[in-house]
Design a protein around this ligand. Sequence first.
Ligand SMILES: Nc1ncnc2c1ncn2[C@@H]1O[C@H](COP(=O)(O)OP(=O)(O)OP(=O)(O)O)[C@@H](O)[C@H]1O
Ligand SMILES: [Mg+2]
Length: 253
Amino acid sequence: MNAPLLEIKRLSKAFGRVIAASNIDLTIDPGVLTSIIGPNGAGKSTLINMLSGSLPVDSGRILFQGADITHLPIHHRVRMGLCRSFQVVNIFPDLTVFDNIQIPVLAVHKRARRLFRPVAREAGVREEVSQVLDRVGLAAEAQTVASALSHGDQRLLEVGIALAVRPRLLFLDEPTAGMNPVERVRVLENIRGLSEEGKTTFVIVEHDMDIVFSLSDRVVVLHHGVIIGDGTTEDIQKSARVREVYLGEEVMT
Ligand SMILES: Nc1ncnc2c1ncn2[C@@H]1O[C@H](COP(=O)(O)OP(=O)(O)OP(=O)(O)O)[C@@H](O)[C@H]1O
Ligand SMILES: [Mg+2]
């Protein structure tokens, strides 16, 4: 058995009287594609923000590969291999797709202080950027200015930017937000493929249930900052509590 990648212990966060996370216990294992679902305001983004370091926790602990990262700044977590993407698109719109990926690749190389000669290093960087573009299916768009990409391709570029820093664990907050169904399926199938490569473990927040159920190894359901379901897609589809929460939502809207 592999050690857990991430362990969350009794994590809590409140915004005034709103409890966004309430004593959350959760373990993420390597290679398991986990989806976090739940109604609007359930606390999904709050959880990801705390895990990635953009929001301080009120209480509880976060362990990454056994190390306590609860109070570490974002860049330390990134360096350890824990990254995230945002619910809104976050790319350099005026740069080409290639350059968007090259920036994080260069950052990693600089950090690794590789002792190659400059020419070899340049070739190495180019090769690595190309590999990332292949992995997210954007090789043909390498010289396109990012702002000219379709929305779906922009989201894939974001995934590429995150992958370029070679994360062990990557959180994607609504990677398909604002996409049409065709783009949605394409992006998520791409993520599924990347997950199966095994280099990066993905945790995604996604609203489309059909996609969640067809894609995920594991589904975690949040509601009012509490985990009300956690299991395989079959477990979650059978769960009376989960159905109650979702049906309740539908009846009300
Ligand atoms: N910075 C903040 N200040 C005050 N309240 C906040 C803040 N961030 C989140 N909240 C509140 O915390 C609760 C959880 O919000 P969160 O954004 O985590 O939900 P979510 O599950 O990501 O929802 P959505 O599906 O709409 O993205 C909500 O009631 C929200 O209004
Ligand atoms: Mg959210």
